[in-house]
Design a protein around this ligand. Structure first.
Ligand SMILES: Cc1ncc(COP(=O)(O)O)c(C=O)c1O
Length: 411
């Protein structure tokens, strides 16, 4: 293939970068522990690791790409195989469904056998409970899967531009899928209205005034992935590039690393599509900012215009920098990973590779490197948050099916 670094999409000229003036050094603030904590993580890890099929996902080294970028090491946490759902979201929505069902059974009966619930032995008891959510694909798949695993009913709301492939993947887990007009944020409100009218439970991955407990559980589930990555690394990362939608993933990564590593916390850069950069805009403004419009980016999982209420304060203080990248940068990075030129062959989806795309772009500019202290000693960690969750789209972008890329990787 032609030199991937020669592509204009991966040049800094195509992107925006902002060093966060709100960033604070020092220990993980006590106030954030009500949102995300090591104690919460241990609870989540205990539950998630008991589910059938649990296994840590691979942490893949990309030594050739690290060399090209002038850094010491680069690790890619490959979430494409997580519970067979194709993305890290399997950890969050399903964990929140579990917590909700446990709380509801406790409210009804005064007690609950959590091990029996986790093993799917209380399906009868929860069969009259309906969970619902808005999604751009992956979160809905997780909620539907969790509901099926434990025996509840799920209704999943998707917006106009979510592909039919993604809708079908949700239906496969037994959920009813409702397509609405408007963008993701409109769909969040639609799911809320339907839940209020029908006595359903909203399991959202984003938080807003008056609704924070469930999205907190979702984020706490994500921390399982972060802990796995830390456990597999010889030395903690000095830098993390992580993609942002509503900021739940980035905040879970930030909070976990901050509390676990203290003064050694890596420099965290949040990377968003330039067509849906609500966290970038919020960092610029110093307060949560909503980005409007159709948020039409190929990075469907990141097409969010409103920061999550409880994720934002963690990012405002914990993130070192924010970036906005064009769609083309994600597409080129998908092709680069599929080609194997980085030192390993990886199937990474549109939203999944955004953090890595941000790293490649930032590494190309001296002043951004200097701002991040991204040098020959840097040990960078990125989260490959999805695989080919939309297989047809993946094939159109990369020119080969995800299966063909995976088969090539084995040769
Ligand atoms: C694959 C993938 N990566 C990253 C994200 C971003 O997560 P968050 O919205 O919590 O920022 C999403 C959200 O749906 C996603 O599907």
């Amino acid at each position: 293939m032609t030199d991937p670094f020669a592509d204009p999409a991966l040049s800094p000229a195509s992107a925006a970068f902002f060093t966060n003036p709100g960033h604070r050094a020092g220990p993980y603030p006590e106030a954030f522990k009500a949102t995300l904590s090591q104690a919460g993580h241990l609870r989540a890890a205990g539950v998630v690791s008991a589910w059938a099929g649990y296994a840590p996902t691979p942490l893949v080294s990309l030594p050739l790409l690290a060399g090209r970028l002038g850094i010491a090491s680069l690790h890619y946490k490959d979430e494409s195989g997580r519970f067979g759902l194709g993305s890290f979201k399997a950890l969050g929505g399903a964990y929140a469904v579990f917590r909700l069902l446990a709380a509801e059974l406790r409210r009804r009966n005064g007690t609950v056998d959590e091990a029996a619930l986790a093993a799917g032995r209380l399906k009868e008891a929860v069969s009259d409970i309906t969970v619902c959510c808005a999604t751009d694909g992956n979160h809905g798949r997780s909620v539907a899967w969790g509901a099926q695993l434990f025996g509840a009913r799920a209704v999943i709301f998707i917006h106009a531009t979510v592909s039919e492939g993604r809708a079908e993947a949700i239906r496969r887990y037994g959920a009813e899928v409702v397509r609405t007009a408007g963008n993701y944020d409109d769909t969040v409100r639609e799911a809320d209205r339907a839940a209020a009218g029908n006595g359903w439970f909203v399991v959202s991955d984003t938080s807003y005034p008056g609704y924070t407990d469930i999205p907190r559980d979702v984020m706490q589930g994500y921390a399982v992935m972060v802990a796995e990555a830390l456990a597999d690394l010889d030395a903690p990362p000095t830098h993390v590039f992580v993609q942002g939608g509503v900021g739940g993933l980035a905040a879970a990564v930030t909070a976990h690393l901050w509390e676990a590593l203290g003064a050694e916390v890596p420099v965290i850069t949040v990377v968003e599509p330039d067509k849906a950069a609500c966290l970038y805009e919020s960092a610029m403004a110093g307060r949560p900012v909503t980005v409007t419009g159709d948020l039409d980016t190929v990075m469907a999982g990141l097409a969010c215009g409103e920061p999550s209420l409880i994720a934002w304060p963690i990012l405002q203080q914990g993130a070192g920098a924010f970036m906005a990248i064009p769609d083309e940068a994600a597409l080129q990075t998908m092709r680069l990973l599929a080609s194997g030129v980085g030192g390993a062959t990886i199937v990474g989806g549109e939203s999944g590779v955004a953090g890595l795309a941000g790293l490649i772009v930032a590494a190309g500019r001296d002043d951004w490197r200097a701002a991040l202290r991204l040098d020959g000693g840097a040990r960078v960690l990125v989260f490959g948050s999805e695989g080919d969750t939309d297989p047809d789209l993946y094939t159109r972008i990369v020119g080969r099916t995800g299966e063909a890329v995976r088969a090539g990787a084995l040769r």
